[in-house]
Design a binder for this molecule. Structure first.
Ligand code: NIG
Ligand code: FE
Length: 460
């Protein structure tokens, strides 16, 4: 079959191996790395990847051939934990942090999440939409094609709903795909300070509404000293599961108060942070197959040295991801490349572990692995291209954006570090008749790239 587009002469292509579950333990070290590789796109899907010269039978008169020597490619990156939508910013508190005040001290005095709550409540839909779009633009510039986005700065139904509606609308209008998470259980509002259980009851009342109005796929809780106890977190997440929401939990970020045990007991999709997780809890999480979503940018930005024990988690057989935690307080960044570099520089992870963490494992963490996270034929053609001689260079040359092009569903979304084709991504345009026909044809052919390589060997 003739491909629509072929990107070729790529120095290296990182191809995660999708085993049908998140890569755990030593599986995270495995990947197929293609040298002098090509990626053939058909419609909005990956058609074939391989090494060396582009096979002639893929090239027709209409095929767009895109030469990319001195570049490397991988599946579009997936930022699987962000607090994307919020009003205001908190640089004034940053100065206090430099003077030695801690994150929990600031929250206790009514700042932190509660200060962002006030700004978010004040902001209207349009303001939040435009502000979040700017952040998403930064993310896509860095190679990100899918983002998980949490609510949690509204803390009442009207404002939580406003945040989730912004997420929905951004997802419909922009190239980047969003996965919505309901997180009203992010802080105890000031007026519930003396009776936090009453706020838990309020959150419980919101859960059926989230489901009814189809505003989120996941539910998350901040289980932390002075925020939600393990018991309250369990209650909220159990209720969310009852209503068919998938679950995750911010656990063991600053103090270990039982969040990981809740994750293991409820078999949540993931547990977030895990900076101070105990050895015993790592075993429980591994056993329960809970993904560890690790956020080294938060440790860095909080100026702590307690990075999550990623090496230990992998050695105990856990699956981990790396993600920004992009938020106005504990991690104000949109640069997932820097997070990957912290995976190397601060956590001492191996390159394959890091690249798997932000592609295939992150795809499982947002429950989208059927369509994204690897370059298997038939998956969405979400591709990030970086100006780099080899994949290791992406971790070595740090804190500088190396991404030059991004393909989203087979269409260029970033070209020469500029956002392009914005109008093509409105969801209604995303699937035209021609595309549907192409998908039908593709259904007959879902080999993985290892088979493509075999095909080339057989031909030789
Ligand atoms: O994951 N810890 C709780 N939530 C965020 C921080 C949100 C904020 O400070 O605004 C986090 O670090
Ligand atoms: Fe977070």
């Amino acid at each position: 079959m003739i491909a629509d587009k072929i990107i070729y002469n790529l120095n290296e292509i990182f191809c995660p191996i999708d085993l049908g579950h998140p890569l755990r333990g030593d599986e995270m070290k495995e990947a197929k790395i293609l040298k002098n590789g090509y990626i053939a796109i058909y419609g909005n899907k990956i058609y074939e990847v391989g090494e060396g010269d582009v096979p002639e039978d893929l090239v027709g008169e209409e095929t767009e051939l895109i030469e990319r020597s001195n570049h490397v490619a991988m599946p579009g990156l997936i930022d699987c934990h962000t607090h994307l939508v919020y009003g205001g910013s908190r640089e004034h508190e940053f100065a206090d942090k430099l003077k030695g005040l801690t994150y929990l001290d600031i929250l206790k005095r009514g700042g932190g999440i509660l200060s962002t709550q006030r700004e978010t409540q004040k902001a209207d839909f349009d303001e939040l939409y435009l502000k979040s779009k700017k952040l998403l633009d930064h993310m896509i510039f860095h190679g990100v094609t899918t983002v998980e986005a949490k609510s949690g700065y509204g803390l009442d139904w009207e404002n939580e709903k406003k945040q989730m509606e912004v997420v929905k609308s951004l997802d419909e209008n922009l190239a980047i795909d969003l996965v919505s998470t309901f997180m009203a259980a992010h802080a105890i509002p000031f007026e519930y300070k003396e009776n936090p259980d009453d706020f838990v009851d309020e959150v419980l009342k919101m859960i059926p509404l989230v489901k009814e109005e189809n505003l989120a796929e996941f539910c998350d809780v901040f289980c932390e000293k002075g925020v939600f106890t393990a018991k309250q977190s369990y209650k909220i997440l159990k209720e969310a599961q009852k209503y068919g929401l998938k679950t995750r939990i911010h656990a063991d970020e600053i103090e270990s108060i039982g969040g990981s045990s809740v994750a293991a007991e409820l078999k949540t999709t993931s547990a977030e942070h895990l900076m101070v997780v105990t050895d015993e809890d790592i075993k429980k999480l591994a056993e329960a197959e809970v993904i560890g979503n690790l956020l080294p940018g938060t440790t860095f930005s909080l100026m702590e040295d307690s990075y999550a024990p990623a090496r230990k988690m992998i050695d105990e057989g856990m699956a981990i991801t790396l993600t920004t935690d992009s938020n106005p307080g504990s991690c104000p960044t949109a640069n997932i490349q820097f997070i990957m570099q912290l995976g190397a520089l601060a956590m001492k992870l191996e390159p394959n572990e890091i690249f798997n963490a932000v592609t295939i494992n992150a795809a499982y963490s947002v429950d989208r692995a059927k369509n994204i996270g690897s370059l298997d034929a038939g998956k969405n053609a979400d591709i990030a291209i970086f100006e780099a001689k080899n994949l290791d260079y992406l971790l070595y040359f740090f804190a500088t954006n190396l991404c030059t092009e991004v393909y989203k569903n087979g269409t260029l979304a970033v070209k020469n570090r500029q956002i392009v084709n914005e109008d093509k991504f409105f969801k209604n345009n995303k699937k035209d008749i021609e595309q549907i026909e192409k998908e039908k044809k593709l259904k007959t052919r879902i080999p993985i790239y290892l088979d493509n390589l075999k095909r080339r060997d057989e031909e030789e």
